[in-house]
Design a protein around this ligand. Structure first.
Ligand SMILES: [Fe+2]
Ligand SMILES: [Fe+2]
Length: 362
């Protein structure tokens, strides 16, 4: 007869390092956090803090289960496929619901009802695991193996994403291939968000300003090199070298800037504010990515830097104009002024890389 792990002693489950005891410990912590979330108004500071900790704990815990535990169970138990499919569906439902809560924001009137529903799903998942799935591991594995799996699960948990990603598959290798690269974004988000209620993108302004200053410094150095390159160097090598540098620098900048909203829309919107037209954001990201790739390809041949220059000045002028037009109107976030400064830097760098003769049109 299967005995729930909630009814077994720590010794019976393989000691404190066993995967079963680690799971039960986490489940108890999750339960405490869920009670804290729901005992206050959902937009109060204690509830928000408890929710933040709950989300981090639940998603790292579940990701490591899907990566380490359920493949073992599928190999071990004849009904492992059916049982793991059931908890994977529960995990997917929790992912979908928490993603919806995060998108809606703290002040959404539906937040409390969604949080209650998410907590009910998490409680159901815990019951299924403690009563049905985890006892199979106790029955099929010795204590040494339970501890080994416990250590592996703990290791994966440390690299796991800390927020929901409904589009990431629930099974390896797809979950690891797509999920682990998202973990740094999630952890950056956690590090930048606090309990003050201040929007995260505003807290990111100081480090963004530092990055902008660094990029402008690089552009300035290129500018100086371009100025000296336009002088008495009769072979034009320095001038061409400066143009290649600008093409590579702006190509990478456009590539990263274009891919960012395509790969991780949420973190992009934290910095640059939320968008209503997803298709427009996707289109802009795709076009900017194409521009970056075209510049990098052109930079491979010094003869083609004129093409990179046309692409680069075109994108920089367009984005600079949009930033300067729509920030004052309040249509886009003030953080776009950072982008404006960078775009102006690229235009200046291209101007200098072209040299005085080209600037004079001779
Ligand atoms: Fe669990
Ligand atoms: Fe779970």
């Amino acid at each position: 007869m299967t005995v729930s792990i909630s009814e077994q002693s720590v010794e019976e489950l393989g000691g404190p390092d066993s995967i079963l005891v680690r799971q039960r410990r986490d489940h108890a912590d999750i339960d405490t956090l869920m009670t804290a979330c729901l005992s206050d108004a959902p937009d109060s500071a204690p509830s928000r803090e408890a929710w933040k900790s709950l989300v981090q704990l639940v998603f790292t815990h579940a990701f490591a289960e899907e990566t380490v535990l359920w493949p073992v169970l599928r190999r071990l138990a004849p009904d492992g496929e059916k049982l793991t499919e059931r908890v994977e569906q529960e995990h997917q439902a929790i992912n979908d619901l928490v993603a919806r809560i995060e998108k809606a924001g703290d002040a959404d009137p539906r937040r409390r009802a969604w949080m209650q529903r998410a907590c009910a799903l998490i409680r159901q998942d815990i019951r299924d695991e403690e009563d049905l799935l985890l006892p199979r591991l106790r029955d099929g594995l010795d204590t040494r193996r339970l501890r080994e799996i416990g250590a592996a699960w703990e290791g994966v948990r440390r690299t796991a994403p800390t927020h929901p990603h409904p589009a990431v598959p629930r099974r390896p290798p797809g979950n690891a291939l797509l999920g682990i690269p998202l973990s740094p974004f999630d952890r950056l988000r956690d590090a930048s968000s606090g309990s003050t209620g201040e929007p995260a993108y505003r807290r990111l302004v100081p480090p963004a300003l530092g990055a902008a200053a660094l990029a402008l410094g690089v552009a300035g150095r290129t500018w100086r090199r371009g100025r000296s390159g336009g002088g008495p160097d009769r072979h034009g090598k320095r001038k061409t070298g400066a143009a290649v540098q600008v093409a590579v620098g702006q190509g990478v900048f456009n590539l990263v800037g274009g891919l960012w909203p395509l790969v991780h829309r949420r973190s992009f919107e934290w910095v640059f504010g939320s968008k209503t037209d997803e298709w427009l954001q996707m289109t802009t990201g795709g076009l900017l990515t194409s521009a970056g790739v075209a510049q990098l390809l052109a930079a491979r041949n010094p003869e083609d830097t004129a093409q990179a220059r046309v692409t680069g000045t075109g994108t920089a002028l367009t984005l600079l104009a949009i930033d300067l037009l729509y920030v004052p109107k309040g249509r886009i976030s003030p953080t776009y002024l950072l982008d404006a400064a960078l775009e102006a830097g690229w235009l200046a760098a291209w101007r200098r890389a072209a040299g005085p003769r080209a600037r004079a049109g001779t």
